[in-house]
Design a protein around this ligand. Structure first.
Ligand code: KIV
Ligand code: ZN
Length: 389
């Protein structure tokens, strides 16, 4: 269901299309279907299931997902050529809700460099493609590829003409991660101002992470009126990847005071989805990755551990329970203090009194200085050897 002017941000998940473009990747149609089921449980609004014209396997995968998944809109990518649009339609026509997503460059680098064409000819090609798609289905999305490096007046003409031709979603991609938030946010604002017809469609953004700004640019766009975000699980995607679903969703959830927008995502499913995508695509998640990294809820320095044990809000802005985790982790290291040590022994069922703690602590530090990981059995041995009972 397309909601225009809604407070709710539509989450368009492209893990199975742009995410699968991450170097060295290939999923079978069955694997794609399994991930699509999990994306459905996560409650995304749109699943971009693949690029059917790219290979027979991808055509089959998108078809399978369109037949089996009920709930989200199912789409796939097509270039602005009838053959691609036909193949995409063949793949998604059985979906409960389908969408045709067309991409065509709007920057001069694409128009002359890639297509050896002219602005007018490319504009006409885009309009013709939308008209063609519109005869097949209602929901047509048009992506102005490389929008952030396109001439502003020309970009606005394209946006206006494709809406007149029937596009219901217009996507403004920062295809190569070139934009910075202070210009990408205003770009969305200026497009809305210059093309009043954008009020009649969903304005979407799709940001890449080449310079590390994918999430920031997406958030700046939301602040300036974008209603759909194109994101991937774990931020995977072409080159340095895309804006990550979990970061955008958690920013909206945690900083609702600032963004005043939300999503329909079931946050308690984020970690399961992240793990599934990482394992199936053999793409490990970096330990310090926001939200889903192994260290995202691990506190290891004494100052932080002391603070968090006294009042969780000191160093914890996301309650771990929101994500289905029991609680934060206290990791004992040579930077840990007595408070964390006592707490950990307590959890092991060993209540240290002040004398025992004082006696044990220097032994613990010596041990921690030469060991990366300290296990519960290490702690029990240390207790037996260092404390006079
Ligand atoms: O990065 C890009 O511009 C794309 C389009 C297909 C939206 O992936
Ligand atoms: Zn992309």
């Amino acid at each position: 269901m397309i909601e225009i002017g809604s407070e709710r941000i539509q989450v368009f998940d492209t893990t199975l299309r742009d995410g699968e473009q991450a170097a060295g990747n290939r999923l079978t149609p069955r694997q794609k279907l399994e991930i699509a089921h999990q994306l459905n449980t996560l409650n995304v609004d749109v699943i971009e299931a693949g690029f059917p014209a790219s290979s027979p396997g991808d055509l089959e995968a998108v078809k399978l997902i369109a037949r089996k998944i009920r709930g989200p809109v199912i789409t796939g990518l097509a270039r602005a050529v009838e053959k691609d649009i036909d193949q995409l339609w063949e793949a998604v026509c059985k979906a409960e809700q389908n969408r045709i997503h067309i991409v065509l460059g709007s920057s001069d680098k694409h128009i002359s460099g890639k297509f050896s064409s002219s602005r007018e000819a490319v504009l006409q090609r885009g309009v013709d493609a939308v008209r063609y798609a519109k005869k097949l289905t209602d929901q047509v999305e048009y992506s102005t590829e490389d929008a952030s490096r396109s001439d502003f007046d020309y970009l606005c003409r394209v946006v206006e003409e494709v809406i007149k031709a029937g596009a219901t979603v217009v996507n403004i991609p920062d295809t190569v991660g070139w934009a910075v938030p202070e210009e990408f946010g205003p770009l969305i604002h200026r497009i809305k101002e210059r093309v009043p017809l954008t009020d009649k469609v969903i304005l979407s953004v799709h940001c890449h992470n080449d310079l590390g700004f994918a999430t920031s640019n997406t958030m700046a766009a939301i602040k300036n009126g974008a209603q759909q975000v194109e994101v991937t699980i774990n931020g995977i995607g072409e080159r340095a990847g895309n804006a990550s679903l979990e970061e955008v969703v958690m920013l909206l959830d945690r900083r609702g005071d600032y963004y005043k927008r939300g999503t329909n995502i079931d946050i308690s499913e984020i970690l399961t989805t992240s793990k599934m995508v990482s394992e199936m695509m053999a793409l490990p998640v970096q330990a310090n990755k926001a939200i889903v990294g192994k260290n995202a809820f691990a506190h290891s320095s004494g100052i932080h551990q002391d603070g968090i044990l006294k009042e969780t809000g000191t160093y914890e802005i996301i309650p771990p329970k929101l994500l289905g985790l029991d609680k934060h982790q206290i990791i004992l290291t040579a930077r840990s203090g007595k408070h964390a040590l006592k707490h950990t022994y307590n959890e092991l069922g060993i209540q240290l009194n002040d004398r025992e703690l004082k006696q044990l602590y220097p032994h613990f530090l010596n041990f921690a200085d030469s060991h990366k990981n300290i296990s519960h059995s290490d702690l029990k041995k240390l207790y037996k050897s260092a404390v006079d009972r």
